[in-house]
Every structure is written in structure tokens, then in C-alpha cells.
Ligand binder design. Structure first.
Ligand code: FES
Length: 297
């Protein structure tokens, strides 16, 4: 009830700002409205006392200085045939791939943060006129957001390739075709065969670390702090944030929990890419279909 009233008061504040001269805040507040509905429904399923009655929202105003929603636990929930609802004041920014003169993907650059509330909704259907935010277009276009991705653990789908001292793991179903694993000299598969050479090894690790989807990951056989041989995961230190990639997916980093529309949790991982063009055949994840359709979001 306290959480509902805080969220309700935040929505009132966002609406007041939107109608008071900042109309761009209206689209951003749609997510908070969806979250409000979820909380109201949860309250209305909550039994009170011994009788048949349930709790319900009381719509009490809570002043900003008495709210704590900004520190709510970060998380993303996928709405059935609707947007992604992001809670917990997760940073949202733009990112773009830096490419070579032959359009080979080299690295990432950050291009500015977007203004959001503590809760916001991101477009999943690709039809919003206010991308990356949801503007309700999913209902207008009859978006079919059925999740087709295998709900099982990533580890069950990974293929392992031993390229001493590296152990390369790949879950191809998560590949978003970001292109970091291929350049004019070949593909990762060819580079990786010679990982005894430290120049090749560092190149392979850089390629894997730039893979936004985490379809590629690796471990390296080396010595631990005590001098014993150990297999150590190689994983970039990524912040807890969501990057809207140019004409591509949402790149979710830092282990933000994601709940599918069917209520099942997604494996919590350091990096995941979520479809925002609406065309992935592996929803909610991106499968590179945005490239095939020339997505302009
Ligand atoms: S954004 Fe990549 S498939 Fe939709």
C-alpha cells in the first residue's frame, strides 16, 4: 500500500510536469502508470483478515520528500504484448558502435543520458513515435510480443570450445549480430585456434568482451592469487544501466533482473540484449532481425 501510494504520487507529479510545459515527460510516465496498475492488482489479490475481503489501493498522496521509490530494487518486467517496464531508477543512455573504414565493429561509445523517472516504459514493438519510450502504439498496431526464447538456463545451451589457455563458450541463440566477432581477417573461430600466441589471445578476449549479448563468453586457465592453477571467468566490469543502441536493441548490463511476461525469470547476467524493433524471433531477446528490416529507432 505504501509502495502504491508512492508510485501513484510520482505519476501525479509526472503528469503535472507534462501538462505544465514538459509534454515529453508524458511518454516516460506511461511505464509508471503500467506499474501502478500491476501494484493495484497485486493489492486486490491480497487477502486481509479471515474474511473473503482483499486489500486495495487507497490513492493517498505522498510528498516527494517522503518517497523512497528511487531506491527500489532495479528490475525489468516484460509486459504481455506491451513494453518493458523498468523500475529502480536505472540509468538510460545512448550507445553507438565505432566502426573501421570497412565497417568492422571495433568498440562502443556513449552518446548521452536520457531523462527518466524512477520507473519508465521502453518500447518493445518498434512502433512508438517517442522511441525509446513506449507511447502505447503496441495496442494500436496489435503487437504480438509472444516470448519465443528458450526459458532454460544459458549454461544448458552453451557449446564449449577449448582453445588453451582459453575456454570459449557460446550460446548462439542469444546472438544479436553486433558483428564484433568478425573482421576482414576472419571470424573468431579462426582467430581462436591460435590462442597460445598472446597477441591473438588478447584479441580474442577483446572480441568476446565487446559482444553485447553475452552470446560469447570465456574463461582463462591461469594461476589464482595463491598460485594454484584455476579456470577464471573473463567478464567485463559493466555498470548497471540500459543502453539504447543506435538502430539496434536495448543493451542491459550489470546484472539487472528481468522477468518475462509469462512470469518466468531470465537468467541474471552481466549483459543481455532485448529486442526493441518488435521483429525478433527469439523474444524478448534480440536476434539481429533489426538489421534485416533496416530498423531506424
Ligand atoms: S532489436 Fe534486434 S531483433 Fe529487434
Amino acid at each position: 500500500m505504501a509502495g502504491f501510494n508512492q508510485a501513484y504520487s510520482a505519476v501525479l507529479g509526472a503528469l503535472q510536469r507534462a501538462f505544465g510545459g514538459k509534454p515529453e515527460q508524458l511518454a516516460g510516465s506511461l511505464g509508471a502508470m503500467c506499474a501502478l496498475r500491476d501494484m493495484a492488482q497485486a493489492l486486490m489479490r491480497m487477502p486481509i483478515g479471515q474474511g473473503p475481503g482483499t486489500a486495495g489501493p487507497s490513492f493517498e498522496y505522498v510528498a516527494p520528500e517522503h518517497r523512497s521509490e528511487g531506491i527500489a530494487r532495479a528490475g525489468i518486467s516484460v509486459r504481455p504484448h506491451g513494453p518493458y517496464i523498468v523500475k529502480g531508477a536505472v540509468t538510460l543512455l545512448h550507445k553507438r558502435t565505432i566502426r573501421s573504414e570497412r565497417s568492422e565493429a571495433l568498440t562502443w561509445t556513449t552518446e548521452g543520458e536520457l531523462e527518466t523517472g524512477a520507473t519508465y516504459a521502453l518500447c518493445r514493438c518498434g512502433a512508438s513515435a517517442r522511441k525509446p519510450f513506449c507511447d502505447g502504439s503496441h495496442a494500436r498496431v496489435g503487437f504480438d510480443g509472444t516470448e519465443t526464447a528458450d526459458p532454460g538456463p544459458v549454461a544448458d545451451r552453451q557449446t564449449i570450445r577449448e582453445v588453451p589457455p582459453l575456454r570459449i563458450k557460446e550460446d548462439h541463440s542469444l546472438c544479436s549480430k553486433a558483428g564484433f566477432c568478425v573482421n576482414r581477417f576472419g571470424r573468431l573461430a579462426q582467430l581462436g585456434d591460435d590462442a597460445e600466441d598472446v597477441r591473438v589471445r588478447s584479441q580474442v578476449i577483446a572480441i568476446i568482451e565487446h559482444c553485447p549479448s553475452g552470446a560469447l563468453s570465456c574463461e582463462i586457465r591461469t594461476q589464482d592469487g595463491a598460485g594454484a592453477e584455476a579456470l577464471i571467468p573473463v567478464e567485463p566490469d559493466l555498470p548497471r544501466e540500459i543502453a539504447v543502441t543506435a538502430r539496434g536493441p536495448l543493451w542491459v548490463t550489470g546484472g539487472i533482473p528481468i522477468e518475462r511476461a509469462d512470469g518466468r525469470p531470465v537468467d541474471v547476467r552481466n549483459r543481455v540484449v532485448l529486442c526493441r524493433c518488435g521483429q525478433s524471433k527469439n523474444k524478448p531477446f534480440c536476434d539481429g532481425s533489426h538489421i534485416d528490416i533496416g530498423f531506424q529507432g
